[in-house]
Design a binder for this molecule. Sequence first.
Ligand SMILES: *[C@@H]1O[C@H](CO)[C@@H](O)[C@H](O)[C@H]1NC(C)=O
Ligand SMILES: *[C@@H]1O[C@H](CO)[C@@H](O)[C@H](O)[C@H]1NC(C)=O
Ligand SMILES: *[C@@H]1O[C@H](CO)[C@@H](O)[C@H](O)[C@H]1NC(C)=O
Ligand SMILES: *[C@@H]1O[C@H](CO)[C@@H](O)[C@H](O)[C@H]1NC(C)=O
Ligand SMILES: *[C@@H]1O[C@H](CO)[C@@H](O)[C@H](O)[C@H]1NC(C)=O
Ligand SMILES: *[C@@H]1O[C@H](CO)[C@@H](O)[C@H](O)[C@H]1NC(C)=O
Length: 476
Amino acid sequence: MVFSQKEIKSPRWTLIEINVICVISIVLIFGSLAECNLDYLAINCRKHSAVLTDFGGVGDGKTSNTKAFNTAITKLSQYANDGGAQLIVPPGKWLTGSFNLTSHFTLFLQKGAVILGSQDESQWPQLPPLPSYGRGRDAPGPRFSSLIFGTHLTDVIITGNNGTIDGQGSYWWDKFHNKQLKITRPYMIEILYSDQIQISNLTLINSPSWFVHPTYSSNIIIKGLTILAPVDSPNTDGIDPDSSTNVRIEDNYIVSGDDCIAIKSGWDQYGIKFGKPSKQIIIRRLTCISPDSAMIALGSEMSGGIENVRVEDVTAINTESAVRIKSAVGRGGYVKDIFVKGVKLNTILRYVFWLTGSYGDHPDNGFDPKALPKITGIIFRDVIAKNVTVAGQLEGISNDPFTGICISNVTIELSELKKKKKLPWNCTDVSGVTSNVVPKPCDLLSEKKIECPFPTDKLAIEDVQFKTCNIKSSVF
Ligand SMILES: *[C@@H]1O[C@H](CO)[C@@H](O)[C@H](O)[C@H]1NC(C)=O
Ligand SMILES: *[C@@H]1O[C@H](CO)[C@@H](O)[C@H](O)[C@H]1NC(C)=O
Ligand SMILES: *[C@@H]1O[C@H](CO)[C@@H](O)[C@H](O)[C@H]1NC(C)=O
Ligand SMILES: *[C@@H]1O[C@H](CO)[C@@H](O)[C@H](O)[C@H]1NC(C)=O
Ligand SMILES: *[C@@H]1O[C@H](CO)[C@@H](O)[C@H](O)[C@H]1NC(C)=O
Ligand SMILES: *[C@@H]1O[C@H](CO)[C@@H](O)[C@H](O)[C@H]1NC(C)=O
């Protein structure tokens, strides 16, 4: 069933990509067969290779492939200590429920491959709530396992030649809207307690809820994703690194019904107790469209702390706000050392700068009203914004001000409609400095001639280089 890279032959080939090098050979008995080579970039290449169809996969969009995926990955897990394995998903529509990944493993979706999330709940096992949340996000108690799930893994890759994962989320969104969810919706991709994760070169559409959720994990690269959900779909966050360290998120295009990216670290008393921060995170070259939410949110679940986040070279269009911090009394934790530079904004429906200390939204009544979040060291510079409703809404917490805010070199054009009516800035319980900001900021942020800092060192994850890996197959 499992072949080494050289031996793979499958009797079917459909489409030859321009970037795939194929050698068409005449095979005497069967006619012509094409052997194709596709290079791709990954943190690790694999010695063994197999195709989903080797395990009974049927790509007709109707047959369930849950068993085929689970059988394939269980079989391929035996190569974890022998150079690892890659599972190729060929062109076709591969309906499946939730399945689990393994270590030293690559899931590769070819162009034209579509993994379709099942709408049959029996295909979705249940998992206990995350310890840092204490309950499911949609409902108390357990939650559905994610479409693609992994836990306690080392070196796992989900990539492709822009193949697609379609969560068929409308089933779940309807249940959410009709208040019919008894347990929390599945995410599209969730990987827990893992190290060395790559998710790249894929199109992800219509997740039931959050799309990509790396949690309690480290050394993560998320690159070259196109993530698309209707702008009115509920909680379809794009990428949510949660209590995770050393994360590089780059070259992504996200259209979402919720935050394009949200960095999180647990919820109130559960997150405080679990105590695992999200830190050493770089986000660059992001394009976001999210009329109801933020381009990048920090929180609202931030009880384990969020620190050392760098955001560079990002664009939002027709989006509610840019980089937003959301917290509340009872969250505890902290958000500190957040650096943002090089932001282009066009049509910001609410605020370019938005800090919220009164987000509310508690898991239960057991939160500690004395657990105040510490928000400090929030740095923004080099921002150009057009067609903005309000420049800034900076709202700290009384007796717990948000401090160390620095905003420099910012030009915000307010939309004609709102120019006369509203104050461009509204600040309470915050302190910091500004320089060269138009329109003139609120008095709580004093004016100084400075350039806000941005770190000059690199995060360790920025030094990770890709290797050129290869897929040889007659199925392209
Ligand atoms: C996937 O992993 C979860 C968590 O370890 C487990 O509960 C579930 O049974 C696994 N599913 C399969 C099909 O092995
Ligand atoms: C993956 O995307 C990058 C750009 O982000 C591109 O250079 C590369 O060729 C793509 N690889 C594949 C296998 O499509
Ligand atoms: C991948 O496919 C999506 C959806 O068809 C498309 O919008 C995007 O441009 C493609 N990305 C690349 C790198 O070809
Ligand atoms: C101000 O920001 C713009 C981009 O928004 C950038 O091109 C310019 O170099 C910045 N100026 C300074 C002095 O950093
Ligand atoms: C400006 O923003 C408003 C919404 O506030 C939108 O309706 C309008 O199309 C935008 N104008 C331009 C030129 O983008
Ligand atoms: C200013 O913000 C405070 C909350 O900090 C809010 O109560 C008030 O309504 C806001 N004012 C305006 C004009 O938006």
